[in-house]
Design a protein around this ligand. Structure first.
Ligand SMILES: [Zn+2]
Length: 475
């Protein structure tokens, strides 16, 4: 479907957009401001919602390669699928770009079983080993539990901790935004084992990083420090953590038996997957858009981050189908290894060091596929006002916010080169309910919310790629 400008259809589309958006957007004064014409913005939105292509891609990826942890056969299947999907979408210069990734395997599911208090003896608590953790001894580990709310409390109570299991139990702060709350609590997962081992503990458990109260445990990355004993590490569900906290508050002894057998394997050659819609006038100027292809090894990584990948692919496929080839090049990148290493993001920056000066913008979608709200960005003031102009048509469905903030982990290595980074921002309230869990599956993604995200990304990417003047770089 081609957009023909200055036709009666375009006039009708403009009227439709204006009626959806209320008053037309205020004129923006920045010299770089470029508001996508209403007929273009409207065509992108209508075509995406009518054809539902993002959902079909998501369904394919989630069923072809439901788990995609770096180094695993699932990740390899995902890479192969991505090449085919980019070719089928009509992208140009489809290729693999190498990176070497770590390979950690969960092994059996593992278990944490209550030994004390006696009335709960034998009950299994919902748990998942943390990514990167070592195994327990093969016949398991049995010890009393010490619950702490902070690393400061842990060091104050170091005498009590020796030979015990530390449970890092501080909930995410409910009074701030979910991503801020996650940032404030994630050290319990990523650093908990190191801090607990320093105090002499034999194992480290943490409360799942979620704002939900349920029995779904959340995995995620953790790391060890050289010179500190490597003790096993796992997450308990929020409900299981709350039960233990309740027993301890009553002065009861809590003792658990724990067994898990993950292992590290040798690093594996892997790939970022790249495809382009080459710019019609300034092809050397590049707008990157992408997500991360790897996921954790439970669930389907549907929100995190299959959705982000397929939204960016479908955004470019739509533009191609609408014959909206922009001035500059749109480059879709599916990054490998965001979850436990960032090898793909780093490799991309290294392999494209020579053309960083021609990277006009990088957009990442990695915050789930909920209702679009807008974008976050590290842009300087002039670029920020240009981005706000570019997303003005998204006011039609409330997705026209551009807030200061980060872009995303995979594109972050390009920040120091002055590349303006943008993160797609869906509604964040429920994102951490499913993050890194077995419940992050296709059926938890809403097709309309997913597709509107594609519309938001396509509109922004097209506007920046088509604008008469390039987006001002960051200093
Ligand atoms: Zn992610």
């Amino acid at each position: 479907m081609k957009i023909r400008r200055s036709t009666s259809a375009a006039v009708a589309a403009t009227a439709l957009l204006a009626s959806c958006a209320g008053a037309p957007p205020e004129p923006l004064s920045a010299p770089t401001a470029f508001v996508p014409p209403a007929d273009v913005a409207d065509a992108i939105r209508v075509h995406a919602l009518r054809t539902g292509g993002t959902w079909r891609l998501l369904e394919e990826l989630c069923t072809t390669a439901p788990t995609r942890l770096s180094g695993s056969p699932g990740a390899e299947r995902a890479v192969a699928w991505s090449v085919e999907a980019m070719r089928a979408a009509g992208l140009e210069n489809v290729r693999l770009e190498p990176c070497t990734v770590p390979y950690w395997e969960r092994g059996d599911v593992g278990e944490v079983v209550v030994v004390e208090p006696a009335e709960a003896r034998g009950e299994r608590l919902a748990m998942l080993a943390l990514g990167g953790s070592v195994a327990t001894p093969s016949d398991g580990l049995e010890a009393d539990v010490v619950l702490v709310q902070s690393f400061a409390e842990l060091s104050e109570r170091a005498d009590e901790v020796r030979g015990k299991l530390v449970l890092h139990g501080r909930p995410m702060d409910p009074t701030v935004s979910p991503f801020e709350a996650y940032g404030g609590a994630v050290a319990q997962r990523s650093r908990g084992a190191v801090e607990a081992a320093r105090a002499g503990a034999v194992g480290s458990l943490c409360r799942s990083l979620s704002l939900a109260t349920d029995d779904v445990p959340h995995t995620g990355g953790m790391r060890y420090d050289d010179g500190v004993p490597r003790i096993p590490s796992a997450a308990l569900s929020t409900l299981a953590t709350d039960r233990i906290a309740g027993w301890l508050a009553e002065g009861r002894r809590v003792r658990l038996a724990w067994r898990q057998n993950p292992r590290w394997r040798e690093p594996v050659p892997s790939f970022n997957v790249v495809g382009e819609l080459v710019g019609r006038e300034q092809p050397e100027e590049i707008i990157v858009l992408g997500g991360h292809l790897d996921s954790w090894d439970v669930g389907q990584g549907a929100h995190d981050d299959a959705a982000g990948c397929v939204q960016t692919l479908e955004a470019v496929r739509l533009l191609k189908e609408l014959e909206l080839r922009p001035r500059r090049t749109l480059r879709v990148v599916f990054f490998m290894n965001e979850e436990n290493g960032l090898a793909g993001g780093r490799a991309y920056r290294e392999q494209h060091a020579d053309e960083m000066g021609q990277h006009v913008l990088a957009i990442e979608s990695d915050r789930g596929a909920y209702t679009p709200r807008g974008f976050t960005t590290n842009a300087n003031a002039a670029a920020l006002s240009a981005l706000r102009a570019a997303v003005a048509p998204l006011a039609a469905f409330g997705a026209d916010r551009v807030l200061p903030g980060g872009g995303g982990a995979d594109i972050s290595p390009m920040g120091p080169d002055g590349v303006v980074l943008v993160g797609y921002l869906p509604d964040p309230q429920r994102y951490f309910d499913l993050h890194h869990t077995a419940a992050d599956t296709l059926d938890r993604v809403h097709p309309r919310e997913l597709e509107l995200g594609t519309v938001a990304i396509a509109t922004l990417a097209w506007a920046v790629a088509e604008a008469p003047s390039a987006l001002p770089r960051n200093p």
